[in-house]
Design a binder for this molecule. Structure first.
Ligand code: ATP
Length: 319
């Protein structure tokens, strides 16, 4: 193996730059030429491929987003498009590819590897923590810290004015961000896609807590469960608080990555290069019990990561 390439694809996540830096610098130290592909699969098809040097990835670890930029490329679900991508990679002499991204991007990576016979290693980068077989994905920790910081600030104003805040966070199919951020900020209620909500029961409980002397009420809702407006409509007239809505939105994707994400990304970037050098393909780097391992992409993508419902119970017990 002489020349490898790295790309970021799908939704951006803080820490992707640290992973790019690790792939480039470790690859070069191992005697490889490392290329960057801009704008994910779309940039690959447009041949936006350029060499990266050791120095070119200096000062990027602390930056949010991705210096290679990213995109959605719907036509990559078609076999012919992937065959074209494989031809382009071969024409550029690229012997191995590292794809950093979420579930969709990892599907593309698996097809490139298994159907087009390009050696590909996936690296899980997504704020949702919805990728199976890895304890954490790159970006989750930074996102959680951003959400916690925002909820904490809203809690200050909620208690000053004795208000309820309904806070909508990201998570289309996973309630992980809502659950963990709600648990560690002592939210009064957490609404997630994995568990159906009974608004009558919930509002009765919140009302009782209000009558027992609580002066604020924080409800965290994952976007995939309901919109903050829907939740507010169900609760506001029943719980005895003036209600405000906050949708955190894309602020959750940005920001300088935490130490945890920088470390995870650095370790996974190195592991991805090692995997290519060891002749592995169609695998993903994963964090399992503190260790970085590789796991087959086919198995990762077959499984749906489950929310640990004990965390939700714990949040209920402690709030
Ligand atoms: P996030 O979950 O953080 O949004 P993601 O990687 O899951 O990130 P997607 O938009 O789902 O984001 O996927 C990114 C890109 O991966 C798509 O635009 C497409 O190019 C490719 N992709 C997604 N699903 C498939 C698939 N089934 N087969 C081949 N390529 C796919």
């Amino acid at each position: 193996m002489k020349r490898i390439a790295v790309m970021t694809s799908g939704g951006d996540a803080p820490g992707m730059n640290a992973a790019i830096r690790a792939v480039v610098r470790y690859g070069i130290k191992k005697g490889l030429e490392v290329y960057g592909i801009k704008r994910g699969y779309a940039g690959l098809l447009d041949e936006e491929i350029e060499p990266l040097s050791f120095a070119s990835v200096g000062g990027i670890m602390e930056k949010g987003g991705t210096i290679l930029r990213t995109s959605r490329c719907p036509e990559f679900v078609m076999k012919e498009t992937r065959a074209e991508a494989a031809k382009i990679l071969k024409r550029h002499g690229i012997d191995g590819l590292v794809v950093i991204g979420g579930e969709g991007s990892l599907h593309g990576a698996m097809f490139l590897a298994e159907e087009q016979k390009i050696p590909v290693i996936g690296v899980p980068g997504t704020i949702d923590n919805d990728i199976a077989m890895t304890d954490m994905s790159i970006g989750v920790d930074t996102c959680l810290n951003t959400v916690v910081d925002a909820i904490q600030k809203l809690k200050d104003t909620a208690s000053s004015h004795e208000r309820a805040f309904i806070i909508e966070v990201m998570g289309r199919s996973s309630g992980y961000i809502a659950t963990v951020s709600g648990l560690v900020t002592g939210a009064e209620a957490i609404i997630v896609p994995e568990v159906p909500v009974n608004y009558e029961e919930l509002s009765n409980r919140l009302l009782q807590e209000r009558e027992r002397g609580k002066i604020n009420c924080i409800v965290v809702v994952a976007e995939g469960a309901a919109s903050a407006y829907t939740v507010a409509r169900h609760l506001e007239h029943r719980i005895g608080y003036e209600t405000r809505i906050t949708i955190l939105g894309h602020i959750q994707r940005g920001g300088s990555p935490t130490a945890f994400d920088r470390l995870l990304a650095s370790r996974m970037g190195v592991a991805a290069v090692d995997a290519l050098l060891n002749g592995e393909t169609s695998v993903m780097t994963a964090l399992q019990g503190g260790k970085i391992v590789t796991v087959p992409l086919a198995e990762v993508l077959k499984e749906k990561k489950k929310l640990d419902l004990h965390l939700l119970e714990l949040a209920g017990l402690l709030s």
